[in-house]
Write a protein that binds this ligand. Structure first.
Ligand SMILES: Cc1cc2nc3c(=O)[nH]c(=O)nc-3n(C[C@H](O)[C@H](O)[C@H](O)COP(=O)(O)O)c2cc1C
Length: 362
């Protein structure tokens, strides 16, 4: 089925406007009678945030914004799925076109602007599948026109925490004006105190859900010192490093002139460097999810060695197809065998110090 899709359907999708192709892919996932994925090799298992992941290969936020196809995504072989980003109220996002494929660079630029059906619709869908197998997290954001950004995250947590395995506080989308300012130390401290409070309240006697913070790869190292410091003091459960970048280095595709966040292969070096920088600052206080330009097993393993306990991908699917998920898992097992790692945990952060000593990626 996966081979068929990649051979027949994907070439067709690539002839379409990217947002139309995305909508079609979502519909295909809703309708296709996908068989259950084969169980993963036990060696790929990862324990993080109090959860046991069957493999470290996750879907990044932004593909299934409204949590419409989470269970189909597990059938494609993902070890976990981050749905969202979701905002409290429905909002349309920016005008189209707002999603661009950079074929020459294997990159993507998006300025969707957190288009969301809103927390109510998403909570209803997640509630229906809340006891189904598979680790689903939700990426939460703020409405563009909100007067109280932190209050928006609190509203999302209140509505969604009961139905998910983890929540990711997205303060790093570049397409909502001002959102990334929440990464500044005092704003972040206020935000984290409120969201942690909200998730404790939402737990009502149960174990509170893990709360992760997703950052931009464009922070300065000074900013990163502050962000990790605040995250550690507030005892956040983990970080996702990271979101799309505003930088535009070494691109060839004409679409590189488009405004928005860049993802895919051109993001790999910067995001992996920021991951390693975060890892050395976190000093094991919490696990990290590495995202940005994972489009092969080698790229996934490089993220793990730079400090990621888990990885996420999105853009790689567009260029490599859904066969990429199985290919990464197979390659990770090969790399573990070659490097004599009994578990992926043994490889996490092995290269972090070396990566931080390299010249800054350009
Ligand atoms: C079309 C698109 C929409 C995205 N939407 C979100 C979002 O809603 N929230 C978020 O935190 N990240 C979002 N992202 C960022 C991804 O989750 C991921 O961090 C980034 O794309 C880097 O991974 P990649 O290079 O594998 O795509 C989006 C990315 C793309 C390409």
């Amino acid at each position: 089925m996966i081979v068929l899709f990649d051979r027949l359907v994907r070439p067709l999708l690539r002839t379409l406007d990217p947002e139309t192709a995305h909508a079609l892919a979502l519909n295909a996932l809703k309708l296709a009678p996908l068989p259950r994925a084969a169980p993963d090799d036990e060696k790929l298992r990862v324990d993080a945030f109090g959860l046991t992941f069957p493999s470290p290969v996750g879907l990044a936020a932004g593909f299934d914004k409204n949590a419409e196809v989470t269970d189909a995504l597990f059938r494609l072989g993902f070890g976990f799925v981050e749905a969202g980003g979701v905002t409290p109220k429905p909002q349309p996002g920016n005008p189209r076109p707002r999603l661009f494929r950079l074929d020459a660079d294997q990159g993507v630029i998006n300025r969707l602007g957190l288009n969301s059906e809103g927390v109510e619709a998403v909570a209803q869908r997640l509630a229906v599948r809340a006891t189904a197998p598979g680790i689903v997290g939700i990426n939460i954001g703020a409405n563009k026109d909100t007067a109280d950004r932190a209050g928006d995250y609190v509203a999302c947590i209140e509505a969604l925490a009961p139905h998910v395995s983890f929540l990711t506080v997205n303060v790093s989308s570049p397409n909502t004006p001002g959102l990334r300012n929440l990464q500044q130390a005092s704003a972040l401290d206020d935000l984290l105190s409120r969201v942690i409070d909200a998730r404790e309240r939402a737990a009502v006697g149960n174990k509170p859900k893990p709360l992760l913070l997703k950052i931009a790869p464009d922070l300065t190292l000074g900013d990163l010192d502050d962000v990790v410091g605040v995250a550690r003091r507030r005892r956040i459960d983990g970080m996702v490093v990271g979101n799309t970048t505003l930088s535009r280095a070494n691109l060839r595709d004409a679409a590189a002139k488009e405004q928005g966040g860049l993802s895919g292969r051109p993001l790999f070096a910067l995001s992996t460097r920021m991951l390693a920088e975060t890892y050395v600052r976190a000093e094991g206080a919490f696990p990290l999810i590495g995202a940005g330009g994972v489009d092969s097993g080698a790229a996934a393993f490089a993220k793990i060695k730079a400090g990621a306990s888990l990885i996420q991908l999105y853009s790689g699917l567009i260029f490599r197809g859904i066969g990429l998920i199985g290919a990464i898992k197979k390659d990770l097992l090969d790399f573990m065998r070659i490097g004599r790692f009994d578990s992926l945990a043994d490889a996490v952060g092995r290269d972090a110090a070396a990566v931080t000593a390299e010249p800054w990626p350009t």
